[in-house]
Design a protein around this ligand. Structure first.
Ligand SMILES: O=C(O)C1=C[C@@H](OP(=O)(O)O)[C@@H](O)[C@H](O)C1
Ligand SMILES: C=C(OP(=O)(O)O)C(=O)O
Length: 440
């Protein structure tokens, strides 16, 4: 059964952004390992995050939902995480599985990790290689994919490691393992990636040092043996989810949207910067701080967009926003070029190939590169009329449905179920703003 987004004349209103997915995973993990009882509000209750909550429970933390989006977690503290009785199923979530591998590596436990078809096809050696150097073991040996069984140890060896990819998941897994290593663990990033692990570790009372390295490198280090102390915290709004609503306003014939309570963090704002370069009318109003992050209400209105070359320095800060960037590029005048984004090949789907197919089936000219794509903008609404293969990728599904709100003909997707992994309220929010999305 397909779902179709029909063109609408206006896309207007105000929406409070759902809780940030990256911060929600991290808050549950750190609270589950901490001493004491943490209270977390504004948690994203998407499937990916719920799988992390279940995993923390299986590892010995007491995890309880006290009200919608409010969670109480009694951490294991000095007792440590324990071996779960059954495999930990991370569903669709790269972040949940990879970060928790890092955290679990520093405890005397054995755990099997599994995931859905998409997650089971994603590379894991980027995580298991550094964790093995620290002393964790993985079976079957030499395997790069889930399912994997991890055996951790409480006396990990610290490492100084330079991952080949600019990846917040790799950095975070190593830092979380470093929490229980005997000495200083250091990660040299190719470029700075999202820094939520560093910020959240600090809010749980752990010292993390960040300093610039050579060129664009970023050096992050943590001394092992520090203990996590429970917190009361509220999760800021997710800029990656907000990007869909903002894009809807930019391409609408009559767009005017405010997305409230979005985290404003320069390691995450690449899409908004790129859209600004393309001529997007965006306005941000500062509304304070939450959980160590700045918060803004972001406004967007119908804009005449022009294509641009996305600077490679912005890629890490918009790594999840390329599907929706491709949509606004289809409405723009001129070409939009993306290079240096080869990591998109190993997300929930091969996102370069999925983006190219999404645009082509809707009559938009696009060229595929090994590490990116070039969109020939339509200078106005693209033809539409296509059925997009989502390839079990939530961001492809949401991007295609946003495209349908303002293309010449409706845009359909083959499935929407996986949208619940990151943004369960997506359809409700889109409809509140005026979208006409129906099962067809
Ligand atoms: O650390 C995180 O929370 C994330 C890091 C990114 O992955 P990579 O580290 O693989 O780039 C991003 O794509 C993912 O959605 C969330
Ligand atoms: C890549 C993503 O998530 P993850 O790696 O956690 O599956 C995403 O949400 O776009």
């Amino acid at each position: 059964m397909a779902w179709t987004s029909f063109p609408v004349d206006r896309f207007q209103g105000a929406i409070r952004a759902p809780g940030d997915k990256s911060c929600s995973h991290r808050a549950l993990m750190l609270a589950g390992a901490a001493n004491g009882v943490s209270e977390i509000s504004g948690l994203l209750e998407g499937e990916d995050v719920i799988n992390t909550a279940r995993a923390m429970q299986a590892l010995g933390a007491e995890v309880e939902q006290t009200a919608p989006k409010r969670w109480r977690i009694k951490g294991v503290g000095e007792a440590g995480l324990r071996s779960p009785f059954a495999p930990l199923d991370f569903g669709n979530s790269g972040t949940g599985s990879r970060l928790l591998m890092g955290l679990m590596a520093g405890y005397d436990l054995t755990a099997e990790l599994t995931g859905d078809k998409s997650l089971s096809s994603r590379p894991m050696a980027r995580i298991t290689d550094p964790l093995k150097l620290m002393g964790a073991q993985f079976t079957p040996e030499g395997r790069d994919k889930l399912p994997l069984t991890l055996t951790g140890r409480a006396d990990l060896t610290p490492i100084s490691y330079a991952p080949k990819q600019a990846s917040a998941q790799v950095k975070s897994a190593i830092l979380l393992a470093g929490l229980n290593a005997d000495g200083l663990t250091e990660v040299t990033e190719l470029h700075a990636t999202r820094d939520h692990t560093e910020r959240m570790l600090r809010s749980f009372g752990v010292d993390v040092s960040v300093r610039p390295g050579r060129g664009s490198q970023n050096l992050v280090s943590i001394r092992g043996g520090q203990s996590l102390q429970a917190v009361e915290t509220s999760i800021p709004g997710d800029p990656s989810s907000a990007a869909f609503l903002i894009a809807g306003a930019l391409i609408s014939p009559s767009g005017g949207v405010v997305v409230e309570h979005i985290m404003s963090n320069e390691t995450r704002d690449g899409f908004f910067q790129a859209a600004g370069r393309m001529g997007a009318g965006l306005g941000a109003e500062e509304i304070g701080d939450g959980a160590g992050e700045r918060l803004v209400d972001l406004q967007a209105a119908t804009s005449e967009l022009k294509g641009c070359t996305i600077p490679e320095t912005l890629v890490a800060a918009m790594i999840d926003e390329f599907p929706i960037l491709a949509v606004i590029a289809a409405f723009a005048k001129g070409e939009t070029r993306v290079r240096g984004a080869e990591e998109l090949r190993v997300k929930e789907s091969d996102r370069i190939s999925a983006i190219v197919a999404m645009l082509r089936v809707n009559g938009v000219e696009v060229e595929e590169h090994d590490d990116g794509f070039t969109v020939m903008g339509c200078d106005g609404p693209p033809p539409g009329g296509g059925l997009v293969e989502t390839r079990h990728d939530h961001r492809i599904a949401m991007s295609a449905l946003v495209m349908g709100t303002a293309s010449q003909k409706p845009v359909a997707v083959d499935d929407i179920a996986m949208i619940a992994t990151s943004y369960p309220e997506f359809l409700d929010h889109m409809r509140t703003l005026g979208a006409d999305i129906r099962e067809t």
